[in-house]
Design a protein around this ligand. Structure first.
Ligand SMILES: [Fe+2]
Ligand SMILES: [Fe+2]
Length: 170
């Protein structure tokens, strides 16, 4: 797989959709966070703008990864372990780059290139695989036909996940 230059803003397109509307929206916001970081390059107060963009990126990536991992647990996704390790590795790499940036050993473009390439690859392959599983699970699996409540009056496990894909059920 080639190394894509991402100094230009990444434009959101349907090629990045994984078929789960809530997750697609979070990915769109992550792409925006990447673009904010990349746009810090060469600006006046580059360091401050980039540091702020990095904080936003860390916070939003953490939120998004937790959400995806919750969906995977609810759906008993068999690839949860491998997928989660990719998320953890991304955070580790980002923290290392952030430390280099703070120490003046890495520039904004080193970080935004890494983030952009990671996002594009992870969304197109790893997250898309999850999207296919979730769509199959919820469209054709037990949830569509109504799983028995887990306790009196309680919602079945995965109710949040259902709302994520509900617009796909026609
Ligand atoms: Fe994702
Ligand atoms: Fe993911």
């Amino acid at each position: 797989m080639g190394w894509t230059q991402t100094r230009q803003p990444i434009t959101w397109s349907s090629h990045l959709s994984i078929g789960v509307p809530g997750i697609d929206e979070e990915h769109r916001l992550l792409v925006e966070a990447h673009n904010d970081l990349a746009s810090a390059w060469g600006s006046t107060a580059e360091h401050e703008v980039a540091a702020r963009a990095m904080r936003d990126l860390f916070a939003y990536a953490d939120y998004h990864f937790r959400h995806e991992e919750e969906l995977m647990r609810d759906a008993r996704y068999p690839e949860l372990g491998i997928h989660r390790r990719q998320h953890l590795r991304f955070i580790d790499m980002l923290m290392a780059l952030d430390a280099h940036f703070t120490a003046g050993r890495a520039g904004v473009l080193d970080i935004s290139d890494f983030v952009g390439n990671w996002l594009l690859t992870h969304i197109r392959f790893t997250d898309r695989q999850l999207g296919e599983y979730l769509c199959g699970e919820y469209l054709f699996g037990e949830y569509l036909y109504g799983a028995p409540p887990t306790a009196a009056g309680a919602a079945p496990v995965g109710i949040d996940a259902i709302s994520q894909v509900a617009p796909l059920v026609r």
